[in-house]
Design a binder for this molecule. Sequence first.
Ligand code: NAD
Length: 423
Amino acid sequence: MEVGGMCEHKVSLFENVIKQMEVARPYLPNVEDDLFEVLKYPKETLIMHLSVRMDDGKVKVFSAYRSHHNNALGPYKGGVRYHPQVTLDDVMALSVLMTWKCAVVGLPYGGGKGGIACNPKEMSQGELERLSRAYALAVSRFVGVDYDIPAPDVNTNPQIMAWFLDTYEKVKGWSEPGVYTGKPMVLGGSEGRKDATSRGGAYVTREAMKVFGIKEGATCAIQGFGNVGSFAHKLYKELLGLKVIAVSDIGGGVYNPNGFDHDKLLKVLNETGTVANYPDGDKISNEELLELNVDILVPAAIENVITEENAPRIKAKLISELANGPVTPEADKILFDKGVICLPDILTNAGGVTVSYFEWIQNRTGHYWPIQKIYEELDRMMTNAFLAVYEVHRKYNIDMRTAAYVLAIGKVAEATKVRGIWP
Ligand code: NAD
């Protein structure tokens, strides 16, 4: 299916998500074919063309989207992405993934996603603010604290959430901080949001290490050193006792069997633009990093980095997917046949949306939690989610990704069915 002016050269993310759902289909005998068909498609999508006055006085038109996939378990939830190549196809696919992600962790949410085709790196703060407010105004009838709760995603941040919230509240005329999550602390943001994705991933990986027999001191390589990858470097060492022997970013990678000093890596990144310039170690490419002989591999950068081409050469025992979609469906099969355990994105990187859920609870109750409570609740929810997926994996002898989909689709199908199809 081709949607919304999708560029021809781009792989359809939506088609990949449907493919993944089809892999889980045989393990969902209680879901009727017509119900399964219902679950594939977003319920509604909004396509917008936003007119924004640029600094040079000219008006520019930006394509923007919001997709609502399924709300059987609760309001739609999912980030807003700013990226030059974002399409309706991407946003639809990502909204489907959000439904499964929320269901895997047991959050009372459905799946949504938004995006604006723009390049924020080429825009001034003023232009970004006007674009963000134009988006928030256009979606103001399409979001709500009990309807759809957006959050940051690629290239969006707490400042943008502040503009979104301010626009929404001015349109409505009342305060409703829970409609957007990932806000600055002063507007009701939560403690623990910054490292939530990596921390949640660490809890899941800790449980996986127990059942798959990987001990403290095991080796690890991390691809990507942005928000998620840099906190993963810190927390996979601190919480799991792993020895991280390789890291990378878009500028390349570095290998050192004795590991790295975290603060020094950040300093090198800040001063030179890439961790590849870390002085103590050997330079390696991103491709080499993925194929290193390590116990645990952590893709924390971009999608589709492990494909049918390099999957046969992957040596890690466990892949902890912090990035979204780093392993293609074709590679999944090769890895499973080789006995490589892949902890799927919809489970492993769900810590971010889980702490967003905590933020939403805090906004709604007006009672703010200390950091320790955030950590404890996140640990409890991520551990339970891992154990639930692991049980399905054992029951059917299927890979962990398919198990996560079986669990999530099963829950959403049950909720959709018991509600009934109406009107
Ligand atoms: P970011 O922009 O902060 O960092 C991205 C990192 O990837 C950077 O170090 C960048 O140099 C590197 N990178 C970019 N292109 C690369 C390439 N071609 N090869 C190697 N490295 C490359 O983004 P982030 O927030 O850290 O997100 C990383 C991944 O995690 C994404 O897939 C994102 O969707 C996913 N994710 C993020 C969150 C979150 O809370 N930030 C939550 C869930 C999932």
